[in-house]
Structures are given as C-alpha cells and as structure tokens.
Design a protein around this ligand. Structure first.
Ligand SMILES: C[S@@+](CC[C@H](N)C(=O)[O-])C[C@H]1O[C@@H](n2cnc3c(N)ncnc32)[C@H](O)[C@@H]1O
Length: 146
C-alpha cells in the first residue's frame, strides 16, 4: 500500500499486526455516512489510535460522515460499576486504564473530530460515541494577521 507506521514505542512483535490492520484501513470507503469501530481503540494508546483512524478521518465528508465508536466511557460521576471493574482490571493486568469521558473528548479533538453525543444506557457496559469532523475555526487564520 506504500504506507507505513513508524511509531517509536511499538514492540517489534506487534508491528506486523499493526501494518496488516493499517492495510485494511487504508481501503476505507471515502465519504461514507458512517464509520464504526468496536473494541479496537481501547487496546491502544492515543498516539497509536490516531494512526489507526487516520485513513477513516481522511475519508470522512464534512457535515455528513459520522464516526461511531462503541467503547467503555467512564464519566466523571455515576460511572457504571461494570465499567469501573474493567478499568481496575486494566490497571491490575496491564498498568493501563479505560478512557474517561474527558480522555475521549481530548482524543477526538486531537484527531480533528468533535464529539456530538455520547449515548449510554443503564446497566450497559459500553457507550456509543458519535463524532463528526470538527468545523474549521473561522478565526484561526485571523490571529496571524494581527
Ligand atoms: C477485541 S477485538 C474486537 C473485534 C471486533 N471489532 C469486535 O467488536 O468484536 C480487537 C480487534 O482489534 C483489531 N485490531 C488490533 N490492532 C489493530 C490495529 N492496529 N488497527 C486496527 N485494528 C486493530 C483486531 O482485528 C482485533 O480483532
């Protein structure tokens, strides 16, 4: 595909897995209404996730395409006890964690997406995170003109 991943903190034994997955993701349909991922991003830190989703974000059409992720989201208060149990498991087993709501918001902001809604249901472990491409900031370039 002529596209490679060169993350600095990726162990050699999983590099090939990432490259295989990226080859599949590089075939993303451009301008689709929806792109969906379940239980993929939770396995990786933000920097690797941004590489995984790069082709999807590039393929998305502004004000039309949605990126929907079905993952655990830990809110600031009132978290589901199953979700916090998995969070503890991640800590004990992998020195890792599940993402909080703020973690997801900042991850998608870094990637240029805006979270439109997080859909959660009582006693359901995971939530649907609905994202769109963020509108470009009309004032961004003006600050350089002052
Ligand atoms: C826990 S499974 C979830 C599988 C499936 N999405 C589901 O919901 O049942 C994690 C999946 O992440 C995918 N995966 C692992 N590393 C990936 C990467 N770097 N990029 C994209 N997908 C990856 C693998 O295909 C693996 O099956």
């Amino acid at each position: 595909m002529g596209w490679s991943y060169t993350g600095r903190h990726v162990p050699a034994e999983i590099q090939a897995t990432i490259e295989d997955a990226l080859e599949v993701l590089s075939l993303e349909e451009p301008g689709a209404r929806e792109y969906f991922m379940h239980s993929v991003l939770c396995d990786w830190p933000d920097d690797v996730c941004l590489t995984i989703v790069a082709r999807i974000f590039e393929a998305m059409k502004p004000r039309y395409s949605k990126f929907i992720v079905y993952e655990i989201v830990i809110p600031a208060t009132g978290a589901d006890c199953q979700a916090t149990a998995v969070d503890w498991m991640m800590m004990v087993m992998f020195s890792s964690s599940e993402r909080t709501e703020d973690d997801w918001l900042s991850f998608f902001e870094r990637g240029g997406l805006k979270v439109r809604n997080i859909w959660s249901m009582e006693n359901i472990l995971e939530s649907l995170i609905e994202c769109e491409l963020a509108a470009p900031d009309p004032y961004r370039s003006m600050s350089t003109c002052v």
